[in-house]
Design a protein around this ligand. Structure first.
Ligand code: NAP
Length: 305
């Protein structure tokens, strides 16, 4: 079955939105649609979670099938992709015909592509989304939401989806939202772990984390400014040391390991950071700039631990 033309043509005019999954995020999504005046139908496995939304004007569906039937734009936001399949699989083959399914559940790119194939076989347009925000930000300009899937479907439904946040279309490949989501979370965890390592170190010398935090914030801004130039080097595959050589970084990394040891703080993260750089130096790249380490990350992806 092909994607029904009506899923790609008329439904943007339609103001019927369904939200399936009313956890912390689903509740915020439904509230944002209600605030903007959309006829919003909601469904949740634990039915009581719909009560507050019904008081705000939502209609509670008695089943997933009823919920899907009520909305031309069907938004799903549950814990994981297995739950999405569990909810949608039992629906008849025509249940999603002519609708747009917008899945804002977090998962992997492979699972996103799998659901895309499943939805398209049922005649639904499918957008996979990743919410880069907390529920409190939904409906504000601070809520950035990535979408991937057919550009035409995104353009058509963006006016409706704008209610929940600033949509960014990443490409036609349905897996791109999930991929960017986890890649950015990886950056976030690296930054947070670096902060925690540093806070443990200065904390051991009696400096409170609240005094350390503003310094880290400034550093994050400075390092952020380096990214466009480093990204250009990565894309060009050429790593001239325009600021500092990797050898210079490695010497400072050794100080981080030593200071951590001295203050009785874990050396696990500093040693990992240094091991990565040591491998690049051993490969003769010590005179290159920091972005040359991209090659270590790529090699790890090819089976190196
Ligand atoms: P949550 O508060 O734990 O809610 C989970 C939702 O999934 C509930 O509605 C739950 O139903 C439903 N659910 C789980 N398993 C199910 C199943 N087998 N069948 C039917 N429903 C099922 O989580 P959340 O914070 O709303 O997060 C939802 C999604 O948004 C996740 O993928 C999360 O990664 C993503 N997200 C969340 C945030 C955030 O800050 N919260 C930010 C970005 C992305 P019951 O109520 O019946 O348990």
């Amino acid at each position: 079955m092909n994607v029904d033309d009506s899923a790609m043509s008329t439904n943007a005019q339609n103001r019927d939105v369904t939200v399936i999954g009313l956890g912390l995020m689903g509740q915020a999504l439904a509230e944002a649609f209600l605030r903007d005046g959309y006829a919003t139908t909601v469904w949740n496995r634990t039915a009581e979670k719909a009560d507050k939304l019904v008081a705000q004007g939502a209609t509670a569906a008695g089943s997933v099938g009823e919920a899907v039937a009520a909305g031309s734009v069907v938004v799903v936001c549950v814990s994981d992709y297995d739950a999405v399949r569990e909810l949608l699989d039992p629906l008849g083959d025509d249940a999603l015909q002519g609708r747009i399914l917008v899945n804002l559940t977090s998962g992997t790119s492979e699972a996103a592509r799998d659901i895309a194939r499943w939805a398209e076989r049922r005649g639904a347009a499918y957008l996979d989304g990743a919410i880069m925000a907390i529920p409190q930000a939904i409906g504000t300009p601070d809520a950035v939401i990535f979408y991937s899937g057919p550009r035409a479907a995104f353009d058509l439904h963006e006016p409706v989806l704008r209610s929940i946040g600033e949509g960014t279309h990443l490409g036609d490949d349905h897996g791109l939202s999930s991929l960017h989501d986890v890649a950015l979370l990886g950056v976030m965890w690296s930054v947070l772990n670096g902060f925690l390592q540093g806070a443990a170190m200065v904390g051991a010398a009696g400096v409170p984390a609240s005094a350390f935090a503003p310094l880290v914030r400034t550093l994050i801004g400075t390092v952020g400014g380096w990214l466009p130039g480093y990204a250009r080097q990565i894309d060009e595959g050429s790593y001239p040391a325009l600021d500092a050589t990797l050898d210079t970084h490695v010497a400072a990394m050794e100080h981080l390991v030593e200071e951590s040891e001295l203050f009785g703080v874990s050396t696990e993260l500093p040693r990992f950071v240094k091991d990565l750089a040591d491998r690049a130096v051993a490969a003769g790249q010590g005179d290159r700039g920091y972005p040359v380490l991209i090659e270590q990350f790529r090699q790890a992806g090819e089976g190196r631990a």
